[in-house]
Design a protein around this ligand. Structure first.
Ligand SMILES: [Zn+2]
Length: 307
């Protein structure tokens, strides 16, 4: 099969309260759309394993893992920052979320599939090496990238992040690691209020104003991401696939549509075919308007799975 779909029932049990936008219904909305469009039938389904401590420790220090485990409540919610909480089931969800990306890397590197989509939560791109924030606890994509380097010896890995928010955690983790290129578009000024004046030759930050639409996004990708990726020649591509830049999603003020997600997915596929043996691992980040999220993931996964 061409594409894997990796998730775990534990990811539905992480629940930060009925009014929190990062809610279990997000994964149900995605699965509903994959089922109703018939796409689910064509994907190679895998249950995410638990990430191991060895895999987490490539990104997060032992002191941070100890701290997160100490915060885990027996009942109710424990807040790690103003908008990131743990319920009693959160730790298991977080282990499976990071484990999904490790499994995706293994499947793609062994040639079992060309690419994989990880339908997981909590998301990861705001999590720094020793700081939970912005609904994120472990940086799932970073754990996958470090696994691809440690277990398979890859030397050039690209991350493309089209979430409406800047992936500050991913930038912090890889800012001084030239083996990893981060290509990011994000609304600025906006949470987490960074990324516009950082970056270097392997951190390609493209801040865009609120109100930016599909043509503006595509222009940014064509002008900034694609030349950098052509220069870098990645051996594998990760996608921090946040869908909160959708025009129906009022978490941010971008105006992307499903066709824009198809377009950017196809651009990344072209780079992957050219340099990376088609290897793409895509990982869910944001996306909070449930209808738009479901349709956008279907558009993205359909583009990934087409030959
Ligand atoms: Zn976001």
């Amino acid at each position: 099969m061409h594409s894997a779909y990796i998730s775990h029932p534990a990811c539905l049990k992480h629940d930060m309260g009925s009014i929190h936008p990062e809610c279990p219904a997000r994964l149900r909305a995605i699965e509903d759309q994959l089922i109703s469009t018939g796409l689910m039938h064509f994907l190679n389904h895998q249950d995410a394993p638990r990430v191991t401590d060895e895999q987490l420790l490539r990104v997060h220090p032992q002191s941070y893992l100890d701290w997160v485990r100490e915060q885990a409540p027996v009942s109710g919610l424990a807040y790690l920052d103003g908008d990131t909480a743990m319920c009693p089931d959160t730790l298991e969800a977080a282990y499976r979320a990071a484990g999904a990306v490790v499994r995706a890397v293994d499947m793609v590197m062994k040639g079992e599939v060309e690419n994989a989509f990880c339908a997981i939560r909590p998301p990861g791109h705001h999590a720094e090496s020793a700081r939970a924030m912005g609904f994120c606890i472990f940086n799932n994509v970073a754990v996958g990238v470090k696994h691809a380097i440690a277990a398979y010896g890859l030397e050039r890995i690209a991350i493309a992040d089209f979430d409406v928010h800047h992936g500050n955690g991913t930038e912090q983790i890889f800012h001084d690691d030239p083996r990893v290129m981060l290509c990011s578009t994000f609304q600025h000024p906006f949470y987490p209020h960074c990324g516009a004046d950082s970056g270097n030759e392997h951190i390609i930050n493209v801040p865009l104003p609120g109100g930016s639409d599909g043509p503006a996004f595509r222009d940014a990708v064509e002008k900034h991401w694609l030349p950098a990726l052509e220069r870098f020649q990645p051996q594998m591509i990760f996608v921090s696939a946040g869908f909160d830049a959708h025009w129906e999603d009022d978490m941010g003020q971008f105006k992307l549509r499903e066709s824009d997600y198809v377009w950017v997915t196809n651009q990344l596929k072209k780079i992957a075919v050219k340099y990376a043996h088609e290897r793409i691992v895509s990982v869910l980040e944001g996306g909070y308007e449930l209808h738009a999220l479901g349709r956008s993931v279907v558009a993205h996964v359909k583009a990934l799975s087409e030959l």
